[in-house]
Write a protein that binds this ligand. Structure first.
Ligand SMILES: Cc1cc2nc3c(=O)[nH]c(=O)nc-3n(C[C@H](O)[C@H](O)[C@H](O)COP(=O)(O)OP(=O)(O)OC[C@H]3O[C@@H](n4cnc5c(N)ncnc54)[C@H](O)[C@@H]3O)c2cc1C
Length: 534
């Protein structure tokens, strides 16, 4: 018996049974054939990576890397022997750090988004029993609040698509790929899989979870932290920090209650603008940084499938197609570049807003990504030099959200415009439905957005239309997107993870160090480790 690896093995979809949604069921036989073995000589096998190569239109390939235990030496080439990996860490077992564990006070974690939750997880595993505070409620309650919002159009500022258990990513596409290179990214995926995310996130090149699985996964992580002695307090909005002798000694809640703590790890996300501004006023060192604003664009998913796969009908084994488009900055620097961001195949546009009277959109999808529409955000970056101070940057975001709310009619209906009309400067919204459940109203987005943004988006749309046929003719721009990233970054002291105030760690997107679920989770994880000194 030997353990072998086969890397980047292309499998033509025509080699798979038609209507086969789970091509892996046919893989053992194909693998045996590839290696020149009998099927019963493949003793066990697992996929270590899977991706789709759709560069040759009309002939998409599934690309697998696999490891297999084989009963005989393979006759065909392309494989390599493998040294068995060390056993995976056992996430159930707390790693105790006795000195910290016996401390009379428990560290406080603010926020249950990926950053806060992973920080709490690391602390709990070390036996520290963190106190986790969140302004929103637990998952089931959050779900009810969101359902009530759709019925009444009355927004609960503490419980919505941005706030509540699991943070901003709980109702999302749950994309888990990241550009950061940190071994903890793998540990986060393992934690998610152990808590109920599909196992395939451990090997897919572009894994995602989906909003039908995410809330349950987040709840399972919370229950594990509770089992290890962590405590969660809901409806606990933190408004400030308690500072004594120039050290952060705890937090202050909206109710006036002060909670003392030996350390505070804040993962409040970039939508918690009042708290973020209070920290700035308290003198926590920060700087202005670049940030993005954008506009969602929605298409029929079949259009994206046709363009990406080059097939008239998408085979079940491929899943809804994604895209990633980038327009370059004009040579004279006059027109900013635009890229597509947070693409949600088979997804739904949602009102991701936490302030009544403001509107910002975002996208989410379910695990199967089987919705009729595909959406993504066309984003443009504002450099820090465009603003004199953070107040000006936040004023731009506030203004855009207020305009979008008004343009939609003041009841969270989203303002929308056909992409072709956006290019021509016309008020037009075709009648072909859309995924945004609160409805869309025709609006002149080209006039509503800042001129620089309109020009950038128009230039990009013309280019994207050449790369993806029908991108303009069948595209519709929806609302405005302002919760892409924060204009503020809290500085870290001495190259470490702590803020300029001893005892205070600010992590994740709200700190300006993360841009997505995995990078936020890793940042929270690292801060907890830094506090523990591991
Ligand atoms: C609809 C949507 C879809 C997205 N899709 C994806 C995706 O597919 N993939 C991806 O990588 N990223 C996605 N993102 C971005 C991703 O969700 C964020 O990058 C990530 O959640 C940031 O994590 P965080 O922990 O820093 O903050 P958040 O997730 O924003 O969590 C902040 C937490 O702090 C709590 N909080 C806020 N203020 C206070 C306060 N004053 N007191 C107490 N608690 C407070 C909130 O309730 C929340 O639980 C999406 C975002 C949205 C809104």
């Amino acid at each position: 018996m030997m353990l072998i690896a086969l890397k980047d093995w292309p499998v033509a979809i025509t080699a798979l049974p038609s209507a086969c949604e789970q091509p892996e069921t046919a893989l053992r036989g194909l693998l045996a054939h590839q290696l020149g073995l009998h099927t019963n000589e493949i003793l066990s096998w697992r996929i270590t990576q899977k991706s789709i190569d759709a560069r040759r239109k009309g002939h998409p390939l599934l690309i697998y890397s696999v490891e297999a235990e084989v009963g005989a030496e393979p006759k065909n080439g392309g494989w390599q022997p493998v040294v068995p990996p060390p056993p995976a860490p056992n996430w159930e077992v707390p790693l105790e750090l006795p000195a910290r564990r016996t401390a009379p006070l428990h560290p406080v974690v603010v926020g249950t988004g990926p950053a806060g939750l992973c920080a709490a997880w690391v602390l709990a595993r070390q036996g520290l029993r963190p106190l986790v505070l969140d302004c929103g409620g637990p998952g089931e309650e959050r779900e009810r609040d969101i359902a009530a919002f759709f019925q009444t159009r009355q927004l609960n500022p503490a419980s919505n698509y941005l706030f509540g258990e699991g943070g901003a990513g709980t109702y999302s596409d749950g994309k888990l790929y990241t550009r950061i290179r940190d071994v903890r990214a793998r540990a986060v995926l393992e934690l998610f899989a152990a808590a109920g995310a599909p196992e395939e996130i451990l090997y897919l090149k572009r894994p995602h979870i989906g909003s039908d699985i995410l809330p349950c996964m987040v709840g399972n992580i919370r229950r594990r932290i509770e089992t290890l002695g962590g405590v969660f307090r809901w409806h606990a909005e933190v408004t400030d920090i308690a500072v004594e002798n120039q050290v952060c000694q705890g937090v202050v809640l909206r109710s006036g209650e002060r909670i003392a703590a030996p350390a505070v790890i804040m993962g409040f996300g970039h939508s918690a603008r009042p708290l973020l501004n209070n920290l700035r006023r308290a003198g926590v060192a920060h700087e202005l940084k670049g940030f993005q604003t954008g506009c969602r664009i929605e298409h029929p998913q079949v259009l994206i499938d046709r363009n990406q796969y080059g097939l008239t009908a998408r085979p079940a084994c491929l899943g809804a197609a994604e895209y990633n488009l980038v327009s370059r900055v004009a040579a004279d620097g006059g027109v900013p570049g635009v890229s597509t961001f947070c693409m949600c195949p088979g997804g739904e546009i949602v009102p991701a807003t936490a302030v009544p009277g403001r509107l910002s959109t975002n996208g989410m999808s379910r695990y199967r990504r089987d919705g009729e529409f595909a959406d993504s955000c066309l984003i443009m970056t504002w450099g820090p030099e465009a603003f004199a101070n953070p107040e000006e940057a936040f004023a731009l975001l506030d203004d855009l959200e207020a305009r979008a709310f008004q343009a939609g009619g003041g009841d969270y209906t989203a303002p929308a415009q056909d992409a072709a009309a956006f290019l021509r400067g016309e008020l037009r919204l075709s009648e072909r439905g859309g995924s945004y459940r609160l409805g869309m109203k025709a609006a002149r987005l080209d006039e509503m957005l800042p001129p620089a943004m309109t020009t950038a988006l128009q230039t990009a749309l013309r280019q994207f239309d050449r790369q993806c046929r029908g991108f303009v003719a069948e595209g519709r721009l929806v609302g405005v997107e302002t919760h892409v990233s924060s204009p503020v970054r809290f500085l870290r002291s001495g190259g470490g993870l702590g803020s300029s105030l001893p005892g205070l760690y600010i992590v994740g997107e709200g700190a300006g160090y993360a841009g997505g679920i995995i990078s936020a989770a890793v940042d929270g994880w690292r801060a907890a480790e830094a506090y523990l000194g591991v």
